[in-house]
Design a protein around this ligand. Structure first.
Ligand code: AP5
Length: 222
């Protein structure tokens, strides 16, 4: 089962993908997390991606598809996988179809998370991330037990460089311009996106997601 989590920045894709993957034993592939890891490690990909990410622009499709190809090879054919924040352009969606066809696989489900811009901006402003283990908190909604410190590994939490107000505005524009057309693409090509109201609290969104994927052909079970 190959599932895509689609939606604007800050809507909660990563939060839900981590919970679902942990609960059900699925693989979770976040291109944003992989790029941040590449930056931390100072790899050639990380150095190439840095300027695009800091400006709120998308990293070029060919770099992203190369990164995903490596991951798919490593996952093997049996894995149930969630792609979080990928694909983000129509050429990425077409490239993913080609990669999966080579493995006799396909995209089985697309989940579209929806929330108002006001909600997205508040969530992003309150987000704090652990640069060491990538765990994500929110000062308004899901704070760590000790202010500014990661519950999981004890490192100091940071505000992502691309979570500054100007960059967030640009990320939202880029989403509307380049990623939103994917909704029409999947409506036409299938699988038809399943819409989830992501305005609600984390646990309610999680329950709605579980129901939607459990009802899906191919199943959400572990
Ligand atoms: P990426 O890291 O993928 O960022 P994004 O898609 O913009 O998504 P976010 O991580 O901002 O949000 P999210 O939806 O995961 O929300 P989260 O769960 O954290 O990409 C970063 C950059 O990398 C891109 O700008 C681009 O440059 C590059 N990139 C990545 N993939 C690429 C690709 N495929 N192609 C090209 N470039 C690519 O939640 C947000 C906050 O809200 C958190 O604090 C969370 O705790 C809180 N929260 C979550 N859900 C709820 C809720 N229901 N109620 C209250 N609070 C909530």
């Amino acid at each position: 089962m190959v599932t895509i989590f689609l939606g604007p920045p800050g809507v909660g894709k990563g939060t839900q993908a981590k919970r679902f993957a942990d609960d059900r034993g699925w693989a979770h592939v976040s291109t944003g997390d992989l790029l941040r890891q590449a930056r931390r490690e100072g790899t050639p990909l990380g150095r190439q991606a840095q300027a695009f990410m800091d400006a709120g622009e998308l990293v070029p499709d060919e770099l992203i598809l190369g990164l995903v190809r490596e991951h798919l090879d490593a996952l093997g054919s049996a894995a149930r996988v969630i792609f979080d924040g990928f694909p983000r352009t129509v050429p990425q969606a077409e490239g993913l179809n080609d990669l999966l066809a080579g493995l006799s696989r396909q995209v089985d489900a697309v989940v579209l998370f929806e929330a108002d811009d006001e909600t997205l901006i508040k969530r992003i402003a309150g987000r704090r991330s652990c640069p060491h283990c990538d765990r994500v908190y929110n000062v308004h909604f899901t704070p760590p037990a000790r202010e500014g410190v990661c519950d999981a590994c004890g490192h100091a939490l940071t505000h992502r460089a691309d979570d500054q107000a100007d960059t967030v505005r640009r990320r939202l524009e880029v989403y509307r311009e380049l990623t939103e057309p994917l909704i029409g693409y999947y409506e036409m090509e299938g699988p038809r996106p399943v819409r989830i109201d992501a305005e609600r609290p984390v646990a309610d969104v999680q329950a709605a997601l579980g129901r939607a994927l459990d009802a899906h052909p191919g199943g959400g079970g572990s």
